[in-house]
Design a protein. Structure first.
Length: 155
């Protein structure tokens, strides 16, 4: 009798159940300018943290290597707008994710969607059949309106 019939390698669905419980990083939401922003100038968003991570698990005696990769980033701007991108953004001057605001106080956050591949005991890579998400720490900031004030230089 072949012993693999009694203990078959983990199936993709079984690996997916483990994938959903991995300690994936909750990417931190960053915004520029830090602190208050100005009406008429876009706020720049980007994420801090790794966008790929490797894990080695023992599933029923099999060595399973999983590579998790951040596939999409959904920026919840705090004013009802969601921006979905395939990159984590970047700080100024390389910014790729921006949003314009009206005056007010806003709390923005980031949801990262992760996909993965896995291999069992050194086999070829196989896609994990599903995705999972992490929620980053939100940031709160005020957007203020700058007003010009005329002054008399001779006062």
């Amino acid at each position: 009798m072949d012993i693999t019939e009694l203990n078959p390698p983990p199936s993709p669905d079984e690996v997916f159940r483990y994938f959903q419980t991995l300690p994936l990083p909750a990417l931190t939401t960053r915004q520029q300018p830090p602190g208050n922003a100005l009406v008429g100038l876009p706020v720049v968003f980007y994420a801090d943290g790794p966008t790929s991570q490797d894990f080695v698990l023992d599933i029923r005696g099999f060595t399973v290597e999983i590579t998790a990769t951040a596939d999409s980033f959904t920026w919840h701007t705090g004013d009802g707008t969601d921006l979905t991108t395939t990159d984590p953004g970047a700080p100024y001057p390389d910014h790729t994710v921006t949003h314009d605001y009206a005056p007010g106080t806003y709390t923005a956050s980031l949801t990262t969607t992760w996909s993965g591949t896995f291999q069992v005991d050194g086999s070829a890579d196989v896609p994990v059949p599903g995705t999972t998400t992490t929620e980053g720490t939100p940031v709160t900031f005020a957007v203020v309106e700058a007003r010009a004030v005329l002054t008399d230089p001779y006062d």
